[in-house]
Design a binder for this molecule. Structure first.
Ligand code: CO
Length: 138
């Protein structure tokens, strides 16, 4: 039921530093402006790749879950991976039926579409985000 990889989430203590890395060292040419996503307590900045995106996330403040994550990983690092699904409610129910813990209720994610997160303990140590793709995308 999972569709294509939408993005890889990378937590960072500084989006500006990470943008320099992706632009100047790795050569990414399409980097979006950062924006706040208060529902998840983060600043977000998308780096476009030919086949996917990197989602840079930086805590909005000390209460952000990503702030706690960065305490354990001070340099930042790979935080989650995101797969597309057709129907977020159906995906959430299927995850629960199969014994995987869904973290909270579906909410609006960084692309403006519904997302859920699935606990890494049930996903081989990987925090998995599932998202509905934006409608009308080519
Ligand atoms: Co994400």
């Amino acid at each position: 039921m999972i569709g294509r990889l939408n993005h890889v989430g990378v937590a960072t203590p500084s989006i500006e530093d990470s943008v320099r890395l992706y632009r100047d060292v790795l050569g990414a040419t399409k980097i979006h402006d950062k924006f706040a996503l208060p529902a998840q307590g983060v600043w977000v900045c998308f780096v476009d790749l030919p086949n996917s995106q990197i989602e840079l996330i930086e805590p909005l403040d000390e209460t952000s879950p990503v702030a706690a994550w960065l305490k354990k990983n001070p340099r930042g690092g790979q935080h989650h991976i995101c797969f597309e699904v057709e129907d977020i409610q159906a995906a959430a129910e299927e995850m629960k039926l199969k014994g995987a813990q869904v973290l909270g209720e579906p909410r609006i994610g960084a692309h403006g579409t519904p997302v859920i997160f699935v606990h890494p303990k049930d996903m081989g140590g990987v925090l998995v985000e599932l998202m509905e793709p934006p409608r009308g995308r080519s």
